[in-house]
Design a protein around this ligand. Sequence first.
Ligand code: NAD
Length: 301
Amino acid sequence: MSGICEGRVAIVTGAGRGLGRAHALELARQGAHVVVNDLGGATDGTGSDAGAAQLVVEEILAAGGKAVANTDDVADWAGARRLVEQAVSEFGGLDVLVNNAGILRDQTIASMTEENWDAVIRVHLRGTAGPTRFAAEYWRARAKGSGRPLGARLINTTSASGIYGNFGQSNYGAAKAGIAAFTVITALELGRYGVTVNAVAPAAFTRLTENLMPAEHAAALAPEHVSPLVVWLASAESDGVTGRVFDVGGGRIGVAEGWRLGPEVTRQDLWDAAELGRVIPDLVAKAAPNVDMLGRTPAGD
Ligand SMILES: NC(=O)c1ccc[n+]([C@@H]2O[C@H](COP(=O)([O-])OP(=O)(O)OC[C@H]3O[C@@H](n4cnc5c(N)ncnc54)[C@H](O)[C@@H]3O)[C@@H](O)[C@H]2O)c1
């Protein structure tokens, strides 16, 4: 198959279903050799099923593409290491890592169990850090060996819940905000090896969101709408775009602008807490308001 990712080797985590599956299929259609990772568990992360990754591999092979399955748990660092090693041993290298695997265990903070907190933080944050850590080690060695920029790509998956905030998802949103920060920081670290790092905050009708969205949105918000951006970011054509978070879904692509310093006040000596009542409300009134779940302010900008 030929396309903008021809001959590139890509790993997609959580690619047995939903968004990851759509990314893997489109990467393969655009010529990439794909390692399709999926543990095959339920939406809350329980259980496993090797069939999920294998089915996507068979779809890619049937369409004339190249793919192999991997069923490691991405949050297990030994599994993450095996995943990166498998790409290198099967396809001779690694150009693209798409960290996409995810689970949900929504609960308000007053009721949050330790288990639900840890499970969500583990899959999203450890499950992004682990594969990245071993890919980064591989890319560093290759960059030092070749003496030229690699053109490698890391694409993470955050969420509106993490970058804007959503009721009932403090575990998931904290993990996804962490992934947005991880994106910015790893872009700084890996740039010297010729690796760009970006994240997508997708909106798509999948088993994770089917209870939150009306069924009539299924086609308009199909995961396939998110994959073209992921595949372009995975290609050599996206050189120069790094450290960015994209809000994407249903044909819309936006750039999510990050935290930035707003109005400030300074004094040379210590602030007295008792005087801040005359300072802080004014400062907050001058600052841009927090955005809503769609990333927009009440004024609509
Ligand atoms: N669907 C949306 O609107 C939406 C919105 C924001 C963010 N996201 C994020 O997009 C990503 C994909 O979600 P989706 O909606 O396609 O859900 P999905 O449930 O259809 O797919 C997620 C896949 O990840 C796999 N997975 C879970 N834990 C794993 C682990 N430890 N190791 C390997 N694989 C594992 C699951 O088996 C599943 O196939 C997630 O990170 C999710 O948080 C989705």
